[in-house]
Design a protein around this ligand. Structure first.
Ligand code: NAD
Length: 490
């Protein structure tokens, strides 16, 4: 109904119509519970809009429609699915500036970050469209009077649960490969950031994606997130978020033996060798931790610097960090916007407090900026020890620890001293050393002389407790297909 589209004025002065209902079977509808929740702008602490809050019954309705839509969508010609994803990519591109502004208002990230996200969204959707007609099986020779072939078939209805740090990008990482391979989805955005996924999903019909193939249900993780995990007609759960919630999701998905892929937390090491281009490495380690206000699962949050350049790197890192401005994310002079919620700001400040009590030294930052909006200065800790919680635990904010090492063996031991294994950075001019260290560090992504560099064709995912499965690239197709073997006598 029309009352579910609200005029919202963005901080840039632009006015747009924000869908505020649940997106089910191609329509925006109110929750059957009649409930709504407030969406807050973390830069101003003001309410943006009320959004319908899905209950268990809404999830069940969405799954019913998704199941029916799947039967048709999975039988469509691959080109039809490809065309729809290409068109959706075009529509995202046409609305790129609006979507970036919505994301910045809802999440608090700088407009520069949001523009980067949205650019990758359209590239990735287009890339997924390209896979739709390239789902090859194999022919297997099984003897002279028989042979076998394998097909890759979609799974069915997929439940997808995403976090608040890259709301629109995660929407695309989830729906892109699922739709390319012929699945239907019921996706739950994070409570604090549902706006961009709702808006972008309103583009699905224009792109030619049939009603019911994409359904969006904003609401509580514990209530409807759990229903997605236990619903008998959902065949798969794809989740991005914290490792703790990942564990709960696996447990809840166990009764119905759902396929589960998880993109979880990290505490990624960023290693600077003495032979690195130091000035560039300093910028890379700053970008590695402070990009997107530090709310990045693969943030390079543990910096290890070789002892002979430790003092130099620390001094330059402090100096450079102090040039990074924090504040209004729409002001292009600001590198860092707001943290996404009060809860996150409080959590980060608590870590700063714990880190100080544990004996860490705050080199710069450590304090909130202003008293309106959830802003915090980029923070560097030195003099840390490996057993401190600021070195072990994911903080998920602009807080980094710096410590020193002397040998390759020592730094590999330090780098691998974590339950996580999402990413790692290596800064050196020595190719052999770069390759040796990248082979020995246990993580799903290694960045050499760069950091936080993403590409739609390069798989991303975690070792250890950082997750299961890979997103992007050809690897993402495995998350949404199952192999059928057909054996035939001649
Ligand atoms: P979270 O993992 O609890 O939330 C992520 C998503 O999971 C949200 O959509 C949430 O509603 C949903 N969810 C929560 N409980 C659920 C449940 N029982 N069943 C199904 N879905 C559920 O993360 P958070 O509480 O928003 O943030 C806490 C911490 O998680 C952060 O401080 C950070 O350390 C980490 N985090 C990591 C990532 C990442 O990309 N790795 C993203 C967001 C948060």
């Amino acid at each position: 109904s029309n009352s579910l589209f609200k005029d919202v004025t963005l901080p840039t002065g632009r006015v747009y119509k924000q869908p505020t209902g649940l997106f089910i079977n191609g329509q925006f509808v109110p929750s059957q519970t009649g409930k709504t929740f407030e969406v807050i702008d973390p830069s101003t602490e003001k309410k943006i809009v009320d959004v319908s809050k899905a209950g268990v019954e809404d999830v069940d309705t969405a799954v019913k429609h998704a199941k029916a839509a799947f039967e048709k969508w999975s039988q469509e010609d691959p080109e039809t699915r490809a065309r729809a994803l290409f068109k959706l990519a075009d529509l995202v591109e046409e609305n790129a500036e609006l979507l970036s502004e919505i994301e910045t208002m809802d999440n608090g990230k700088s407009l520069m970050c949001a523009r980067g996200d949205v650019a990758l969204v359209s590239k990735y959707l287009r890339s997924c469209g390209g896979w739709a007609d390239k789902l090859f099986g194999k022919v297997i020779d099984t003897g002279k009077d028989h042979f076998a072939y394998s097909r890759r078939e979609p799974l069915g209805v997929c439940g997808q649960i995403i976090p608040w740090n890259f709301p629109l990008l995660m929407w695309s990482w989830k729906i892109g490969p699922a739709l390319a391979t012929g699945n239907a989805v019921v996706l739950k955005p994070a409570e604090t950031t549902p706006l961009s996924a709702l808006f972008a999903s309103s583009l699905c019909a224009k792109a030619g994606i049939p009603a019911g193939v994409v359904n969006i249900v904003p609401g509580s993780g514990r209530v409807i997130g759990e229903r997605l995990c236990t619903h008998p007609d959902i065949k798969k759960i794809a989740f991005t978020g914290s490792t703790a919630t990942g564990r709960t999701i696996m447990k809840n998905a166990a009764d119905t033996i759902k396929k589960v892929t998880l993109e979880l937390g990290g505490k990624s090491p960023n290693i600077v060798f003495a032979d690195a281009n130091i000035d560039k490495a300093v910028k890379d380690i700053a970008y590695g931790i402070f990009y997107n206000s530090g709310e990045v699962c693969c943030a390079g949050s543990r910096v290890y610097v070789q002892d002979s350049v430790y003092e130099e790197v620390l001094a330059k890192f402090k100096e450079y960090t102090e040039t990074l401005k924090v504040g209004d994310p729409f002001d292009q002079n600001n590198f860092q916007g707001a943290q996404t919620s009060k809860a996150q700001l409080d959590k980060i400040l608590k870590f700063v407090d714990i880190g100080t009590k544990e004996g860490g030294r705050v080199v710069t930052g450590g304090t909130r900026v202003g008293d309106k909006g959830y802003f915090i200065r980029p923070t560097i800790f030195a003099d840390v020890k490996e057993d401190m919680s600021i070195v072990k635990d994911e903080i998920f904010g602009p807080v980094v620890t710096v410590s020193k090492f002397s040998t390759v063996d020592e730094v590999i031991k330090l780098a691998n001293n974590s339950q996580y294994g999402l990413a790692a950075g290596i800064h050196t001019k020595d190719i052999s050393k770069a390759i040796e260290v990248s082979n020995r560090v246990k993580s799903g992504t290694i960045w050499i002389n760069t950091y936080n560099a993403f590409h739609q064709s390069v798989p991303f995912g975690g070792f250890g407790q950082s997750g299961i499965g890979r997103e992007m690239g050809e690897a993402a197709l495995d998350n949404y297909t199952q192999v059928k073997s057909v054996r035939m006598a001649i």
